[in-house]
Design a protein. Structure first.
Length: 128
């Protein structure tokens, strides 16, 4: 029960910390300089670079969503970039992956089997 309470306490503190950082990053402190408390309507221009992999049928929908976002928030410019990904997989890559996975399987299969084979069967069954 102590661990559960500790996890709950740390989770709550991390949640409050995250909300505080988000509010500070979004300008939620409210110290804009004017005493009216309302928004003055002037914003600092912001450019966001967004990496995406949308293509084919998704591309027009994605561009339309970005246009709608820019219409609602004209001071924010979203620059959509498609990263250049390698189109060819080198031969060594799947071979290394196969060898590593085979090695892990053999080790974690053989090690417990060898360890169990060295035990005395009568001693092992006594505690069953």
């Amino acid at each position: 029960m102590k661990v559960h309470n500790r996890i709950r306490r740390w989770g709550g503190m991390l949640l409050v910390l995250g909300a505080t950082i988000a509010a500070a990053g979004c300008g939620g402190s409210g110290s804009s300089g004017d005493s009216s408390g309302g928004s003055s309507g002037s914003h600092t221009p912001v450019t966001i670079t967004l990496w995406h992999l949308f293509g084919g049928e998704e591309a027009p929908v994605f561009k339309q969503a970005l246009a709608g976002f820019h219409k609602q928030y004209p001071w924010i410019t979203v620059k959509a970039v498609v990263p250049a990904l390698p189109t060819a997989i080198p031969l060594w890559s799947p071979l290394v992956g196969l060898l590593v996975s085979m090695g892990v399987g053999v080790f974690f299969g053989a090690y417990p089997a060898v360890k169990a084979a060295r035990l005395d069967p009568i001693e092992s069954l006594r505690w069953e």
